[in-house]
Each structure stands twice: as structure tokens, then as C-alpha cells.
Design a binder for this molecule. Structure first.
Ligand code: DGY
Length: 321
């Protein structure tokens, strides 16, 4: 039996070659809008991206859908109760993007601490007149404290890297227990409030949920150390951007480096782009050749298992704790 699956046009087709192999038994249509209306009830598998809302409306259009395979570790684009109600399996791509995202987090951390963006722009635009003893001064990482909000795979990988730079690590985790490998990093578990007060640099590694949405709000920013730095490579909506803008504009924060914003893309006229010490990237945490191919590969494996009615290699629990 042939399985009709839909893949997004944005993914290079060669990354999805597994779906085209005869043993996959799939007919692949590129783009949901390319599926002829009479064939929508035949679609059993959907490979989605984090930019694609997977909601009830979409699921109603695809009554035979068995699996949504999200090519991302995050799945806040998917309405979980809608999948659960319909018995549609959901897969994601954890693990393979840990190193790429942790590397990018360190790049942002270093860029913010050493004012790389601002200095490079000044050099390019003719404001580099001579070497001056007090030009473009930043902060050294050795001895500073990194507060990791969410010590999951990516948070841990960031903490490991930061230890290599001589930083002290504190963290907040989901459970009331210490992370089993926290001692290896000399990392101290704190409450969220304690972490904000202690860290020189705060880095966010939590999924976007009802609990984490807006968790870095005006009150949280106010609790951070004067001249602290905020790094976000998780999801934009975890930060209240208006509050962040105010904190940067008043100099309450030294800087912020964001790989993620809300919305994405952030309109170029958005005031955060012009805020002092604010560096914004277009959500490139996992953007390495190796990682993106691995994400596509895992997404294919989840998709194929789902259309065959087998357990997904990387399932998302549809009953959230
Ligand atoms: C993910 O997989 O959730 C990332 O945000 C993509 O880089």
C-alpha cells in the first residue's frame, strides 16, 4: 500500500531522499496546497516545520492523518490537544541539534560580552579612528556567572562550553532535584529568582509553553543584576520584548543577544534592532549543514514509522506532564 505524505517545499528534496526509496512505499507531495482537494483524505503523513501551524483547522482538512513529523526539537507550532484528540502521533528531532545550538549560543554570548556587532559595524562604517585604551570595552568571561534557565540537552551543552571559558554555572531545572551531571560542571541549582540575582549572563533553554511564555518580563529583568546580559536561543515569546527594550534603553541591561524573536521575522523597523547592545539573528541556532540534514533524516524516520503505524523513534508525549 502506498502512503501519501506531504513535505514542505522549504526542505531540500535530497535531504528527504529516504522517502523516495521504493521500500518507503510513499507518494510524496511537496506542499499541502499542492494536494488536490479530493486527495486530502488520503494524506497519512505530514512533515512540518516550526513555521507551520499544525492546528485543528489543518487536522480537519486531513482526516486520515496518522503522523505529524516536526523537523525541529521544539513543537510549539503544534496544537497538542488537537493531535491527541485525533490520535495523530507527533515526532520531533531532539539531540541532533544540541551541539549546533550550543555553539551558536556561545557565539552570541561572546558577541554580547565583547560587543562584536557594534565594534564590527564601527570598523565598517568609518568610526575606527585609532586604537584607544578605552575603546569598545567589554566583559571577560572567566569568573563570571552564567545562569542557565533550563538544563536540558542544549542548556547542559552550553554550560559545558561555558565551563571551558572559566565561567561559574548556576541553573534552574524543571524538577526539584539536581541534574545528575550538574556536579561535573560544579553547577549549582537555584530558584529562578536566585538565578536572576546571581547571574552575570542569563541564557534561556526552555521550551515555549503556557508556563514559560513571557517568563522574562519586566519583573524578571528588574531582578537581574545591573548590566547583566540576556541570551535567548530558545523561543522569542519567552521574553517580553517591550520590557527588554525598556531595560536596554535605560541601560539597566548591558546587552541582549537573541537568535529568536516574536514574531519571526522581526520587522526591520522594530525598535529592538536599534536598541543599545542588542544583537538579533534570524533563528540560526541549528543552521549547520550537518545538523539540518540530521534533522531532516530524523524527521523522515519519524514520518515513516508513523505512516506504518509503528512507534516513532522520537515521539512527543501527547499528554503533557
Ligand atoms: C528547533 O528545532 O526547535 C530549533 O528552534 C530549530 O533551530
Amino acid at each position: 500500500m502506498t502512503h501519501l505524505v506531504v513535505v514542505p517545499p522549504e526542505v531540500p528534496r535530497e535531504w528527504l531522499a529516504r522517502l523516495d526509496q521504493p521500500e518507503a512505499g510513499c507518494e510524496v507531495i511537496v506542499g499541502i496546497d499542492a494536494v488536490p482537494t479530493p486527495r486530502l483524505p488520503e494524506v497519512v503523513g505530514l512533515l512540518s516545520l516550526l513555521t507551520m501551524p499544525v492546528d485543528l483547522e489543518l487536522l480537519v482538512r486531513l482526516p486520515a492523518l496518522r503522523v505529524v513529523s516536526n523537523m525541529a526539537v521544539g513543537y510549539d507550532n503544534v496544537v497538542i490537544p488537537a493531535c491527541a484528540a485525533r490520535g495523530v502521533a507527533l515526532g520531533n528531532t531532539p539531540g541532533v541539534l544540541t551541539d549546533a545550538t550550543a555553539d551558536l549560543t556561545m557565539a552570541l554570548l561572546l558577541a554580547a560580552a565583547r560587543r562584536i556587532d557594534e565594534a564590527a559595524l564601527d570598523a565598517r562604517e568609518g568610526r575606527w579612528h585609532t586604537w584607544t585604551p578605552d575603546g569598545w570595552l567589554g566583559v571577560e568571561l572567566r569568573g563570571t556567572t552564567l545562569g542557565v534557565v533550563g538544563l536540558g540537552k542544549i542548556g547542559y551543552a552550553v554550560a559545558e562550553r561555558a565551563r571551558g571559558f572559566g565561567m561559574q554555572i548556576c541553573y534552574v531545572g524543571r524538577s526539584d532535584h539536581d541534574h545528575p551531571d550538574a556536579a561535573k560542571l560544579g553547577a549549582q541549582r537555584l530558584s529562578f529568582t536566585e538565578l536572576l540575582a546571581r547571574a552575570d549572563i542569563v541564557t534561556l533553554h526552555v521550551p515555549l509553553t503556557d508556563e514559560t511564555q513571557g517568563m522574562i518580563d519586566a519583573a524578571a529583568l528588574e531582578q537581574m543584576k545591573p548590566e547583566a546580559i540576556l541570551i535567548n536561543t530558545s523561543r522569542g515569546a519567552i521574553v517580553d520584548q517591550d520590557a527588554l527594550l525598556a531595560a536596554l534603553t535605560t541601560g539597566r541591561l548591558r546587552g541582549a543577544a537573541l537568535d529568536v524573536t516574536s514574531p519571526e521575522p522581526l520587522p526591520p523597523a522594530h525598535p529592538l534592532f536599534a536598541a543599545p547592545g542588542c544583537l538579533i539573528l534570524p533563528h540560526i541556532g541549528s543552521a549547520t549543514h550537518t545538523t539540518r540534514r540530521r534533522m531532516a533524516e530524523l524527521a523522515c524516520l519519524n514520518l515513516l514509522a508513523g505512516v506504518r503505524g509503528e512507534p516513532l523513534p522520537h515521539p512527543v508525549a501527547l499528554t503533557q506532564p
